[in-house]
Design a protein around this ligand. Sequence first.
Ligand code: G1P
Length: 289
Amino acid sequence: MIKPVRKAVFPVAGLGTRFLPATKVLPKEMLPIVDKPLIQYAIEEAREAGIEEFVLVTGRGKNMMEDHFDHAYELEAILNERGRKDDLDAVQQVAPESGKLSYTRQRRPLGLGHAVWCARQFITGEPFAVLSPDDIVLSEKGCLKQMMEAYMEVGGNVVAVEDVPRDQTNRYGILDVESDDGRLVKARGLVEKPDPADAPSTLSIIGRYILQPEVFEFLDKLEVGTGGEIQLTDAMAKTIGNVPFHGFRFEGKRFDCGTKIGFVTANVAFALSRDDLSSDLAAALKDII
Ligand code: G1P
């Protein structure tokens, strides 16, 4: 029996040094794509996919996210007074129900595997999703919802994958492919950030995962891997054989908002996809290029 996924973990403790000075005070997950912070896109994508409980693994200086997902009484009162219904809705719809959003801190930046391990108390022997807000996917149907549908077919661990140029394999977790039907890719192994010459394929993991709780058996060991970090990729790789493992080629365009070029391009692409902005922005872009 394939168990439904009800909980999601959001690793948001990263320092965001690539965006200094913007991220000196502002958490990088609060950087906006058009008019919504990255973390909100991730929460909304999870909610669309049926996630009911949300766990943010934060760190020092990340309190702003807690405020963002809370009521803002003064602002709401003013918007209400002024009859600004749309703005009021936008502000109020942000917050998940009380008790459905939890925060825990990763006290030291020891890697993605460690961040997920920090959420272990919230995941009680059930499958869960992991969403990295750095990766954002522009698509008709949310990336995690697409993954959920695939997961209901195959169960086990399912990660979102896409092909990258070979010279970029050292930025990603890479699949060692056993079989590939074009949509679902069965892996026999995984390697974290291999050199292009050693990469078993160019199929890379992006920041969306559906995981079985067995991954904690390996995360619990806190073994250090590539780059001196505790890697989620290594823990997932160790479950292969016991737990089915599939990469899922999603539909949509993914942007790596952990890089400046990805972040700026995502802003343009998301704005161009919106009825209220597309024609004005297209004209403005034509003008400046
Ligand atoms: C992490 C993972 C890597 C994955 C990537 C996706 O790397 O370790 O396997 O491909 O996220 O965004 P990071 O980007 O944190 O270095």
